[in-house]
Design a protein around this ligand. Structure first.
Ligand SMILES: Cc1cc2nc3c(=O)[nH]c(=O)nc-3n(C[C@H](O)[C@H](O)[C@H](O)COP(=O)(O)O)c2cc1C
Length: 427
């Protein structure tokens, strides 16, 4: 106990010292009032120690994308640069953000069994999905409204994806048209669909993506029940500006989408929501009737739904809980992955997203049977921090980290990364 108090006291002295330091002023961190943050006794001075941790990691100190040691370093820059409500939109989970945290913590439930004494000079991270070849299995998840994070938005992201050979999935809520993004990408992206409650609008969006050459339609199914994004709502309390890039006429769906490029030319008079509450598995057939694009269902987290997706004719699934932004299930996607892989029984590819921040996270998903891993926030942090070069740097870090763990584990191609390389600590 005495040791704990002595430790707290010395931390408090250090915090006082630190608060007076120009380093803190430069970093933009608030360490005051110290007495509240670092009380004597046994209370844990969480805020201040978090701040110290962040300083220790140098997270607020990088000024070029090349200086970043990991993708999290871009988050601190994004937080600083973005208006509070835009950062809140990016960062938010739902309810108490527990599922958001679970996505990260889930990776700790699996350990990597590395093998030794193998020739690991040549590492091949290439992958084929629906007949198309990609240099690596790291894809860019659909994220709406990217001009809220950087003036070049989805175009900068497409240029980065093109430069580094990544698959990009474009959101229905994109702030740039699919045609412009495809041009920047130099090839058609996958298109993510929110069907809305008016099937004519779903048809219009789908037909437009198909006409633009998109080979794959990704139907997102994890927001149908609605969401309670409290962190986002709290961030709006400190930032009441109305940003017309993101929304007009308050936050109602219809006035907002009227300005979005993908909705131009469509009759939106009946649209009130992204999803009809009565959407069911019939939607796959309905989409099949209007498009020949491959159809991937995003948001599957159970064996049963994985089986249904196969039975109903989906071409692929993405294990996703919308980055902890849908329901507060407390389940990480990495823990959902094994049952989804079992459910599809090798018949269609399984992709995954949610909380991937390290090459080792990606390795674990590949070992559990994922064909590719999508990332959301990390590339948007890079975008907000430094535009295209930030996205390229964030992707570069993840590619480098994946190659590193592949070497360390003695696996030279993605096919070699199997279940044998993991220990499931939950058993
Ligand atoms: C700001 C933001 C906007 C998003 N917009 C969409 C979207 O328009 N369509 C969609 O299917 N998913 C959307 N997602 C979910 C992502 O596609 C992805 O599932 C999630 O970000 C993965 O988790 P991660 O951010 O921890 O990597 C969004 C996520 C964020 C953070």
């Amino acid at each position: 106990m005495r040791e704990a108090i002595a430790k707290t006291d010395s931390r408090r002295r250090f915090l006082r010292l630190l608060a007076a330091s120009p380093l803190v002023a430069l970093s933009g961190l608030s360490l005051a009032p110290l007495d509240k943050m670092a009380p004597s006794g046994n209370e844990k001075p969480v805020g201040a120690l978090d701040a110290l941790d962040r300083l220790a990691q140098g997270v607020d100190l990088i000024s070029t994308p090349e200086q970043a040691l990991n993708v999290m370093e871009f988050e601190a820059i994004a937080r600083k640069k973005l208006p509070p409500a835009h950062f809140g939109y990016l960062a938010t989970g739902v309810d108490d953000d527990a599922t958001l945290r679970a996505n990260h913590e889930g990776f700790t439930k699996y350990q990597i069994r590395v093998r030794r004494l193998r020739d690991v000079r040549n590492i091949d991270t290439s992958v084929r999905i629906f007949g198309a070849a990609w240099d690596n299995p790291i894809a860019l998840a659909p994220v709406g409204s990217q001009k809220a994070f950087h003036p070049e938005g989805e175009i900068a992201v497409a240029k980065a994806a093109r430069a580094k050979g990544h698959l990009q999935i474009l959101s229905t809520m994109t702030s740039s048209s699919v045609e412009a993004v495809n041009e920047a990408m130099g090839a058609p992206v996958w298109y993510q669909l929110y069907p809305t409650n008016d099937w004519n609008v779903a048809r219009g969006l789908t037909k437009r993506a198909e006409a633009a050459g998109c080979p794959v339609l990704v139907l997102t199914v994890d927001l149908q029940g609605g969401t309670n994004r409290e962190t986002m709502l709290k961030s709006r309390r400190v930032d009441s500006r109305e940003c017309v890039v993101c929304h007009v006429g308050g936050l109602n769906y219809n006035p907002t989408i009227r300005r979005r490029p993908m909705f131009q030319g469509l009759d939106l008079s009946r649209v009130v929501t992204q999803y009809p509450l009565d959407m069911n598995w019939e939607v796959i057939k309905r989409l099949r009737d209007i498009t020949t694009m491959k159809l991937v269902i995003k948001g599957i987290v159970t064996r049963e739904d994985a089986q249904l997706a196969v039975e109903r004719g989906a071409d692929g699934v993405i294990v996703s809980n919308h980055g902890g932004r849908g329901e507060e299930s407390n389940r990480s996607t990495i823990e959902c992955l094994p049952e989804v892989v079992e459910g599809v029984a090798g018949k269609i590819p399984v992709l995954i997203d949610g909380g991937f921040r390290r090459g080792t996270d990606i390795f674990k998903a590949l070992a559990l049977g994922a064909k590719a891993v999508c990332i959301g926030r990390p590339y948007v942090w890079g975008l907000a921090a430094f535009g295209q070069s930030g996205v390229e740097a964030a992707l570069g870090i993840l590619r480098r980290e994946l190659q590193l763990i592949m070497r360390q584990a003695g696996t030279t191609s993605l096919e070699q990364i199997t279940r044998e390389y993991l220990v499931d600590r939950r058993r």
